[in-house]
Design a protein. Structure first.
Length: 155
């Protein structure tokens, strides 16, 4: 039985709001009902971020909806969640995060081939308004070029 990577939530807005410098993969410490809810695709990465605290990596504002079939042991939707990475990697990230203007944001949550929940984190620098306008203009120009090439190939 071959398993594929199943993407649960994607933070497409992050690529618009930030320059992505580096990406990392980290595991997430979850409770049972959180895993069940994630498998149903009930998660939102909007406004979430990660921070290094006391030598641990913690993900904030990740919303995982409560599991419908859960009981009194259901989880809190926006609780801080511990991310699992090697200590050495966390300390390297901590050093980079202390630089001015860098932040750690989740790009996507997925289940890997082994069925484990993972988060793709990005070391990112915020874009200014003029950077966003420039990126939009570049995207439009690329679209126009592609359209012109398609027209040219048809004739």
């Amino acid at each position: 039985m071959e398993r594929k990577i199943k993407v649960v939530a994607d933070n497409r807005r992050a690529r618009y709001d930030y320059f992505i410098l580096e990406t990392y993969e980290a595991g997430i410490a979850l409770t049972g009902t959180e895993v069940k809810s994630l498998r149903k695709g009930k998660a939102s990465l909007q406004d979430s971020f990660a921070r290094v605290e006391k030598g641990e990596l913690v993900l904030y504002d990740l919303h995982i909806s409560p599991y419908e079939a859960g009981n009194i042991f259901n989880h809190e939707p926006k609780r801080p969640r511990r991310l699992l990475m090697h200590k050495q990697e966390i300390m390297r990230l901590y050093g980079k995060l202390r630089e001015k203007g860098l932040t750690l944001i989740p790009l996507k949550i997925y289940f890997n081939e082994r069925g484990l929940a993972k988060v793709e984190l990005a070391l990112a620098k915020g874009k200014k308004l003029y950077d966003k306008r420039e990126a939009a203009a570049e995207r439009d120009a690329q679209r126009e070029i592609a359209k012109a090439l398609r027209r040219r190939q048809k004739t």
